[in-house]
Write a protein that binds this ligand. Structure first.
Ligand SMILES: [Zn+2]
Length: 424
């Protein structure tokens, strides 16, 4: 064996198990594995989850907040304007260093599978080249997928179609899109057709920024679904944001959600960014501007959660922790019921992995040993505490470790160690 984890708590169980890992794969899960091993970790009842996935982040823009200026209006459009100014200063080294930092933060907090968008509205493709190099250099540390993302449009940007196609030839894994950014609705539909044509031609997956607006007239998701059905691309297609769905009338939303379920595409909500960006044109009441997560889930749609931004022109906060994104989604979508909390945890594990087409995922014999051990001793403490990852394991190897935190409290002459997960 390469590694044995002792006294692990798994979800839906009360008793502990041991997990043995060999050649990067989970070899055995048993209450007590007799075999002794050179390399063993005693988890003392800490919970083990399959590693998190982040299906939607912008690694080319991370850690640029405030450069050249801060987004004072907090709107998506000011964010895009600031980014187009910052983009002129991008160098290979600049993108590489910032992305590397964000990946290390993410992995340290249990996220092994990362899908990043990269802005391809750039004749030099400097960010794409840097992220392709990162993907190769970090392959033993994180699984990275790259989306060619036409941030400033395809038809409304000079040579937009050629730039998108060129980025696929350079090695991007997915074709991206942003139909609501085009000048007209018709151009938005044409953009989606181009995306599907390119994906079919180059055998790539599809990942669309879709209807990221509070405009209830923005209805590109239905076209994404229709094209996914026609191209038989359901499992390979992902629609991010779909925040306009928040504002659709209920009759249209009902019809649309059935279509989304029928198409087999995945939907990714990005609660951190959209909590900040949406509803900015509202007075009161203010819309929350998040897609209809509960309704999509109950219709059988695979819905996941993305982190989206880490300190960039759209979202000035963030630390690359998927639990934080899940925590905010739980609140904004009011998923506080016991079974709903379980669903939220599924979203950043199983649903996200499914959206990214990760195979052999999960804690079961024969699956890849990509695991995170959290400083929590009860499944329902994972979202309550957003605890640190004590160990992060990729292909059976430890890639990050954080010591267990205990706080000393002093009252009078006495002192006591307290730990937020260990309750009376
Ligand atoms: Zn995004």
């Amino acid at each position: 064996m390469d590694l044995i984890l002792r006294n692990c708590l798994l979800r839906n169980t009360k008793s502990f198990v041991d997990i043995a890992i060999k050649n990067g794969v989970i070899e055995l899960i048993e209450p007590k594995i007799k075999e002794k091993n050179d390399k063993e970790l005693d988890l003392a009842g800490a919970i083990v989850l399959p590693a998190f996935s982040d299906p939607h982040v912008h690694l080319d823009a991370v850690l640029t907040a405030g450069h050249p200026r801060h987004n004072e209006s907090g709107t998506l459009l000011e964010g895009i304007q600031i980014w187009s100014e910052r983009k002129k200063e991008l160098t290979f080294e600049d993108v590489y260093q910032r992305a590397a930092q964000a990946i290390k933060w993410s992995v340290a907090q249990g996220t092994i599978n990362i899908r990043t968008h990269v802005d391809t509205c750039d004749e030099s493709f400097v960010a794409l080249r840097a992220l392709l190099k990162i993907k190769e250099d970090f392959k033993n540390f994180a699984n990275i997928q790259i989306v060619a993302f036409p941030q400033e449009g395809v038809l409304c940007f000079p040579r937009g179609v050629e730039l998108l196609e060129e980025s696929l030839k350079l090695g991007a894994d997915c074709v991206g899109g942003i139909p609501h950014f085009e000048w007209t609705r018709e151009d938005g539909i044409r953009q989606l057709e181009i995306v599907f044509e390119l994906a079919a031609k180059y055998d790539r997956k599809i990942d669309i920024h879709c209807d990221e607006t509070d405009d209830e007239e923005s209805r590109f998701l239905e076209h994404v679904c229709a094209l996914a059905i026609r191209y038989n691309f359901g499992e390979k297609t992902l629609a991010g944001h779909t925040t306009a769905m928040h504002s659709y009338n209920n009759a249209y939303a009902f019809k649309l959600i059935r279509l989304v379920a029928h198409s087999g595409i995945s939907v990714i909500a990005n609660p951190l960014d959209n909590a900040i960006l949406q509803g900015r044109f509202d007075t009161y009441p203010k819309r929350r501007g998040l897609t209809r997560v509960k309704e999509l889930l109950s219709a059988g749609v695979n819905v996941g959660i993305g982190h989206d931004s880490i300190m960039d022109p759209w979202y000035p906060l963030g630390r690359g922790q998927m639990l934080q994104a899940a925590f905010v989604l739980l609140h904004m979508c009011q998923m506080s019921g016991r079974s709903e909390q379980t669903s939220v945890l599924d979203m950043i594990t199983y649903n996200n992995a499914k959206a990214l087409n990760i195979n052999n995922y999960g804690i079961a014999q024969g699956n890849i040993a990509d695991l995170v051990v959290l400083d929590a001793y009860d499944e329902f403490d994972v979202l309550r505490l957003m605890p640190q990852a004590l160990w992060v394991i990729k292909n059976g190897k430890i890639v990050a470790q954080t010591p267990c935190l205990e706080t000393k409290v002093y009252f009078g002459d006495e002192k006591e160690n307290i730990h937020f997960s260990k309750k009376l």
